[in-house]
Design a protein around this ligand. Structure first.
Ligand code: ADP
Length: 369
């Protein structure tokens, strides 16, 4: 597995249930998943030679982060290795321009866009403002996204290959996780509603069930399945959607892996996204994705102004609540807004879970020692 962050850590917890021997490659000598995998190599998954060497003696290669060296993965594929997701698909998804072109070509609903090479190209589209500028490569968690509401903001825009996406009047942001195995079997998880932190562009609260109308739920699920089928994708993918003011679903972006918007499935659904991931790439039957109970997920983010050795405050208070599950990510250093853990709060009803989650959020903090 390329990458050993928190997604890797939770994948390892599930890998133990299937007797899997997983060897992880990650540049961080203290990567969160390091102590849970069978073998750990400290190295750069963006480097061609490192990935090629790492893949030499493996049966199956996979990822928990999409920003990896795909040339090395393509070479390993030529050598007969099984690679999930397919490196060509990874290349399409790594580049937001190619990703959007794929969606457009396949008539998948997504906001209109233009591709540009450099900042001065934005002038050409001044009649189409407002836009959201997105770097084609390397962006994550809102880094690489710039909101361009007026022409006079061009000065502060990115000067790099990017896409200019029409600004959507967003009513809600939802996410649907879909899995497909090599028998061609597909399954989606019920959608979740994502509420973002106003400054950090990270999910602050996630609600399951999302509460969107049945018709919209059906449409989002159909679109997610259409994407993995058209791509001939095997594995697990998160599809992020906007719901606009007319109630239409538009694909925002794709993540070809387990995702932050599926963490609640560990306690909230019959099969977790981590279980479903292993089933999909090991060609096992996909699990039932039904919701067991309503859940809210909150990300534990590093407190602003705190950089250094991690300290969690308020854990004891949080654990006094019923139906609350804490996941800490084993990160030695905290930084402002860094994802340091998450908490899933379950309830008899979603309203009850929300009420508990709001209290819990105030009780816990991640600071430096
Ligand atoms: P990242 O890949 O870094 O998470 P996203 O493409 O998801 O970036 O964009 C981050 C946030 O910016 C979205 O969650 C959404 O709130 C806002 N955003 C992105 N695209 C648009 C758009 N076309 N119109 C309006 N808001 C947008």
């Amino acid at each position: 597995m390329l990458g050993g962050g928190q997604l890797g850590l939770m994948l390892m917890q599930q890998a133990a249930c299937y007797n899997l021997n997983v060897h992880i490659l990650d540049p961080d000598p203290n990567a969160p998943a390091k102590n849970l995998c069978t073998k750990f190599t400290c190295g750069d998954f963006k480097d061609y030679e490192t990935v090629l060497e790492f893949g030499k003696n493996k049966d199956i290669l996979t990822i928990e982060i999409e920003h990896v060296n795909t040339d090395a993965l393509k070479k390993l594929k030529e050598q007969g290795k099984k690679i999930y997701p397919d490196p060509e698909i990874l290349e399409t998804i790594q580049d937001k321009g190619l990703q959007k072109m794929f969606l457009q070509k396949n008539n998948i609903p997504t906001p209109d866009f233009f591709l540009i090479e450099k900042k001065t190209d934005i002038e050409k589209y001044k009649n189409f403002f407002p836009f959201v500028q997105k770097l084609r490569k390397g962006g994550y968690d809102g880094k690489g996204v710039f909101k361009l509401n007026h022409i006079h903001q061009i000065e502060s825009a990115f000067d790099a290959p990017s896409l200019l996406e029409r600004k959507v009047e967003i009513k809600h942001e939802i996410s649907v996780i879909v899995a497909r195995n090599s028998r061609g079997e597909t399954k989606t998880f019920p959608s979740v509603m994502c509420e973002f932190h106003p400054e950090a562009n990270l999910v602050e609260f996630l609600y399951s069930p999302s509460g969107i109308p049945k018709k919209t739920e059906k449409k989002a699920s159909e679109v997610a399945i259409q994407i993995v089928e058209k791509m001939n994708f095997f594995g697990l993918m998160a599809v992020e959607f906007f719901i606009n003011k007319d109630g239409e679903v538009l694909v925002n972006e794709l993540a070809p892996r387990v995702h932050n918007s599926g963490h609640h499935t560990i306690e909230g659904n019959i099969t977790s996204q981590f279980d479903q991931f292993w089933r999909s790439i090991l060609d096992l039957p996909l699990g039932d994705t039904s919701t067991i109970r309503p859940a809210v997920m909150i990300n534990l983010l590093g407190e602003p102004g705190h950089s250094g050795k991690t300290k969690y405050i308020g854990l004891e208070n949080v654990l006094q609540f019923k139906g609350v599950y804490v996941h800490l990510y084993n990160k030695i250093e905290t930084r402002p807004m860094r994802k340091m853990g998450h908490i899933t709060i379950t309830g008899e009803t979603i309203e009850q879970a929300i009420e508990k989650a709001k209290m819990i959020k105030k009780l816990i903090k991640v600071i430096c020692d």
